[in-house]
Design a protein around this ligand. Structure first.
Ligand SMILES: [Zn+2]
Length: 288
């Protein structure tokens, strides 16, 4: 149990169902007033006010103690418990809701998903109890809502903590796929589809860049008209111009290829994510 800090003689204590059932040591901390260690309670430090205790002469000391919680408790039960250093404490216990078990007097209720085949033909399955996992025999011909009793795995009796109620296990048929799993698989499929589309888009960008480059007017020195006309200008020499055009075209193509590769990598990542999502989904189904 986690330590709690006590500031009053009467307090509420929130306990897990296991602690309510079996009890245990509850660690406590509390602040005890003691004489200031600097001024020994005088409040004065030489001729000035003691800065350690602001002249009060008393400081608080954090101390630790514990109470012993008995088992077989009921929600709202009030206990008078002795704690070393604190004397008698009035503790009202509050039961925390349990994720798996519900109390029904001396019995505990839980529910369990069982594959349809086991419900029909019977078999042994594992079930979580308040103490540990146990084997539970499913009788043949069980169905949705059948309650199987695991004797002696319920709540301890107040009169005799050795005696315990039963665990009542309500059976349900394991759904083929839960809505959440279906949703996850749809998400995985969509992600994969988008990923593949993005990869194709990246390939498209790359191919386009290369096609544009190969179709581009290649300005060979003394070559085609476009280069010749442009090179007629007052500044550009025909050879320099052709060289500059080629460089420009090569740079454009390289940029196009680089963007294409980046888009492909992004698409590949999305596809992997999508496939993982679908794979995880399948593993989850196998486990149940
Ligand atoms: Zn002091």
């Amino acid at each position: 149990m986690e330590e709690i800090h006590v500031t009053a003689r009467a307090f509420e204590l929130s306990l897990a169902l296991e602690a309510m059932a079996f009890g245990g040591e509850q660690p406590l901390s509390f602040d005890a007033p003691i004489d200031c260690v600097n001024c020994e309670g005088s409040g004065r430090d030489e001729d000035a006010v003691c800065s350690f205790c602001d002249g009060i002469g008393i400081i608080t000391d954090r101390r630790r103690t514990a109470i012993t919680i008995p088992g077989a408790l009921d929600d709202g039960e009030v206990l008078e418990l002795h704690a070393e250093g604190l004397g008698t404490l009035t503790v009202t216990v509050r039961e925390q809701p349990h994720p798996v078990f519900k109390r029904a007097g001396e019995h505990l209720r839980t529910s369990l998903d069982v594959p349809a085949k086991v419900l029909a033909t019977g078999g042994i399955v594992n079930v979580e109890t308040l103490d540990d996992d146990r084997e539970l025999e499913i009788p043949a011909g069980s169905g949705e809502g059948t309650v199987v009793r695991l004797r002696g795995h319920g709540y301890p009796s107040k009169e005799d903590p050795e005696r315990r109620g039963d665990l009542l296990v309500k059976l349900s048929e394991t759904p083929a796929t839960t809505p959440v799993e279906r949703e996850e698989r749809r998400w995985g499929v969509s992600l994969t589809a988008v990923g593949i589309a993005v990869v194709l888009f990246g390939i498209g960008i790359m191919v386009t860049a290369l096609v544009i480059r190969s179709n581009a007017t290649v300005c060979e020195p003394g070559g085609n008209t476009v280069c010749a006309i442009a090179a007629d200008g007052p500044v550009a020499d025909e050879t320099d111009f052709a060289e500059a055009r080629r460089r420009e075209q090569n740079e454009d193509a390289a940029l196009g290829v680089a963007i294409g590769i980046a888009v492909m990598i992004a698409g590949g990542w999305l596809t992997t994510r999508g496939i993982n999502e679908m794979g995880r989904d399948r593993n989850e189904q196998r486990r149940t």
